[in-house]
Each structure stands twice: as structure tokens, then as C-alpha cells.
Design a protein around this ligand. Structure first.
Ligand SMILES: N[C@@H](CCC(=O)N[C@@H](CS)C(=O)NCC(=O)O)C(=O)O
Length: 242
């Protein structure tokens, strides 16, 4: 192979690397995908966003991660990250300029996230779809979920965010789930004895941060044009950040 060919191939490879982005398979309303998008946006990383439909998962997603859940992040080197918390940690390890990992300590954040993803999520699903789980009443499911809300309220009475005085890992990981809980019965939630929690949630819902991750995209098809998300996505023009 002559020098010309080698230079040509190397240039082409550099071009491919520079012009490719990690691929994020996502579903707009999924709370796990929301937390991944929050971390990616905060870390100012550009990814190719592929919006999927849970009822019609693309083969490319199932090839990347046969368990078929979202979010899934496929890196340049082919590595796959198919757990939302690991995607958050990956993004923040690239760029944590908002100090999400330091605030309140990662261990404490992870403990709270575990409670969220385990017991709280279990009761959230049953509260949301109580007709599918007739063993107990909607009220009982809600009351079990409220044990977690009460703990969040206790923390938010002491500090503005779950880890301390600014928005960080635990807030981003947990807010999408509390949002789901709040919309099951909005009248009840508004009157519930969790004013600090309500304020924390409302502040998030009216933030630029939330707007940015909730942009609507049509479901991805293999020959679609590249849809970028993250740093390369234009920020909305108004609204203060949470
Ligand atoms: N432990 C996973 C859970 C992800 C998950 O369950 N995502 C849901 C959507 S919110 C999903 O993809 N479910 C598969 C399906 O409904 O077919 C994570 O943290 O990423």
C-alpha cells in the first residue's frame, strides 16, 4: 500500500470518527430515558437520538441490547450501556461542570435512587394501573408510595434539593418518577401534605432543563437524517434553569 493510500484511509477514518456520535435509543415519556437525557444534556455531550416506540422496537435497538429496554447508549467503540443510571454516570464522567456527582455524596444519592427504582417504582406502577393489580386498592398502593414521598419531603425541608443546595444526580434521577406519581391524581397531589416536594417538582417542570429533554421527535427509521440531542441541540430561549 503506498503512502497516498494510507493517508487517504487514515483521513477517512478520522472523518468517520469526527462525524459520528454515540447513539441514544430513547422514549420521550420514559422516566429512565428522561434521567439519561438530563445527564447527557447537562454534560453537554452530543448524541444521535433515536426515538423509539415501545410497541415497535427497531431491530438496531434489539441487536444493541436484546433485553429491549430504553434508554440504551451505543458508544463509538461499540460498547453498550443499557442501564439508565450507568448512562448518567458515563455522561457525568465526561463533564460534570455542575458537580452532580459531588453534591451530597454519590453513595447517598445511589441509596435514594435504589429506593426509587425498587420499592417506589413498584408501588408507582401499581398506583398508576391499580385496575391491573386488584389484590390491593389504589389508595393502599398510593400510601405505600407515599413513604418515599415523605422521605423526600423531609430532605427538601432541610435543603432545596435532594443532595444539597443545588440540582444534582439524585434530583435528576428521581424527579421523572415523582412526576409520574403526581399525574395519577393531580388534585390529590396538589392537596397532599408535601409542599416542599411540590415546589421542587414544579420548579423542575417549569425549567429550561425540562423543556430541553422533552422535545418531541418522530420515531426513528434506519434511513432518517441524523437527529442530534445534547450540546448540539438549540436551547429554548426562555425560562430560568432549575
Ligand atoms: N433498569 C432499566 C429500566 C428501563 C426500563 O424499564 N424502561 C422501560 C420504559 S420506561 C422499557 O424499556 N420497558 C420495555 C418495554 O416496555 O417493552 C434502566 O434503568 O435503564
Amino acid at each position: 500500500m503506498d503512502v497516498f493510500n494510507i493517508v487517504f484511509i487514515v483521513t477517512k477514518l478520522i472523518f468517520i470518527v469526527i462525524n459520528s456520535y454515540p447513539v441514544l435509543y430513547s422514549f420521550r415519556r420514559c422516566p429512565y430515558a428522561m434521567r439519561a437525557r438530563l445527564a447527557i444534556a447537562t454534560a453537554q455531550i452530543s448524541v444521535e437520538l433515536r426515538e423509539i416506540e415501545l410497541s415497535n422496537k427497531p431491530n438496531a435497538l434489539l441487536l444493541a441490547s436484546p433485553k429491549g429496554t430504553v434508554p440504551v447508549l451505543q458508544l463509538h467503540n461499540g460498547d453498550i450501556i443499557d442501564e439508565s443510571l450507568n448512562i448518567m454516570l458515563w455522561a457525568l464522567q465526561q463533564n460534570d461542570h455542575e458537580h452532580w456527582l459531588e453534591t451530597g455524596g454519590i453513595k447517598q444519592a445511589e441509596q435514594l435512587i435504589q429506593w426509587n427504582d425498587g420499592e417506589f417504582k413498584y408501588y408507582l406502577d401499581r398506583y398508576k394501573y391499580s385496575d391491573r393489580y386488584p389484590e390491593r386498592s389504589e389508595l393502599e398502593y398510593r400510601q405505600q408510595g407515599e413513604l418515599f414521598l415523605a422521605e423526600l419531603e423531609r430532605r427538601l425541608n432541610q435543603q432545596s434539593f435532594l443532595g444539597g443546595h443545588h440540582f444534582a444526580l439524585a434530583d435528576a434521577a428521581i424527579l421523572p418518577f415523582v412526576r409520574q406519581f403526581s399525574v395519577v391524581d393531580t388534585v390529590w397531589f396538589k392537596e397532599s401534605p408535601y409542599p416542599a416536594l411540590q415546589q421542587w417538582l414544579n420548579q423542575f417542570l417549569s425549567s429550561h432543563r425540562f423543556d430541553k429533554i422533552m422535545t418531541k421527535y418522530p420515531p426513528w427509521k434506519p434511513d432518517d437524517q441524523l437527529q442530534l440531542f445534547g450540546q448540539a441541540q438549540d436551547p429554548p430561549k426562555s425560562k430560568a434553569d432549575a
